[in-house]
Design a protein around this ligand. Sequence first.
Ligand code: TXA
Ligand code: MG
Length: 316
Amino acid sequence: MNTLITDSPEEAAGFLNRGELVAFPTETVYGLGADAFRPEAIAKIFRAKERPADNPLIIHVHSIEQIEIVAASISEQAALLIDRFFPGPLTVVLEKKPSIPDLVTGGLQTVGVRCPAHPLANSFLRCCSHPVAAPSANVSGRPSSTDWKAVYHDLHGRISCILKGPAAPIGLESTIVDCSVEPPVLLRTGAVSLEALLELIPSLKIASGCSAEESPKSPGMKYRHYAPSASIILLPADPERFSPEPSAAFIGLTEPPGIFELVKQCRSPEEYAHELFGFFRSCDARGIKSIYCELPKEKGIGRAILDRLTRAACPR
Ligand code: TXA
Ligand code: MG
C-alpha cells in the first residue's frame, strides 16, 4: 500500500471517510485514526499496529457536543473535567453508547473520549463524518510517535495517509481518568497533572500503576510500553559520575554524569517530556545499547515522565 503524506486535513479526512487509516497530529502524540463506527476500518488499526485486540481505543471528537454521539451518560465529575480540560490532553472514560462497535472498546461497556486542542487535529476531525477512534500511531510496544517521520518509520506501507503537521508540542500521551466509577480513577498520567485533577476532584483515586499481578482497569496497562530496542537504565535525580560502557546514551535534567555517545540535557520537565520518545527513537537509529534516564521529581508532568520511564524499563 502506498502511504500518502499530505498537509491537507480535507484530503486526509477523505481517506478516513472511505474506511481507510489516517495518522494525524495532536498536541500529545500522533494518532492512528479510523472511523469509530466502521468495524472493518477499526480492525485495520489492530492489524497495522500489531495491537492486542483486548486493548480499547480512545474516540476523538471535535467538540463537546459530539461527546453525546459516543457516551451514554456524563457523570457530574466527568462534566467538571470536560468543562475545565476539553479541548486538551485529557481522556475521560464514560459509559458507552450501544452503537459503538465492540472492537473499539475491546468488549468493555465504557469508552475513552478525547477532544484534542491541536488546530490541525480539530480541522481534520471536523472533516470526518463520524468521531475517530485512534490509538497512538506507533507499532505496539514501541515509543509513541511524536512527529510524522516516526509515524512513517513505523507504519508506511500499512496505512493510507499521514496528515503531516509539526512535532507534537507535549510529547506524552493524554492523562486518562475513568469517570464510569465513583470515585473516578486516574488510569494514566499526562500533561493534565494529578495536582490539577485533585483540585477539581479531591476524591480521585490513583490506579495501581503497572503492577502486573492485579487485573488492570485500563487494559493497555498490562503491556510493556514506550520501549526502544536499547535497554533503559533509570538513574536517580542528580546522579553521581560513573563510566558508562561504550554505546550508551543519557537523557535528563542535569549535566550528563559521564561520557556518553548521545546526550540530551533538558532545561525543564516539559522539555524532557517533549524530547523523550524522539530521543528513544534516535538512540535506536544510532544502534545505542543502553539509555541512562535521569528520574525527574514526582510532580506536574514529571509524574508522567516517571511513569513512561518505569514502563519502558520493565523487563521484556
Ligand atoms: O494522547 C493520547 O491519548 C493519544 C492520542 C492519539 O489521542 N492516544 C493514545 O492511545 O495514547 P493509546 O491507544 O496508545 O492509549 C490509550 C490507552 C490504552 O492504554 C487503553 O487501554 C486505554 O487508553 N483505554 C482506552 N479505552 C479505555 C476504556 N474504555 N477503559 C479503560 N482504559 C481505556
Ligand atoms: Mg499507545
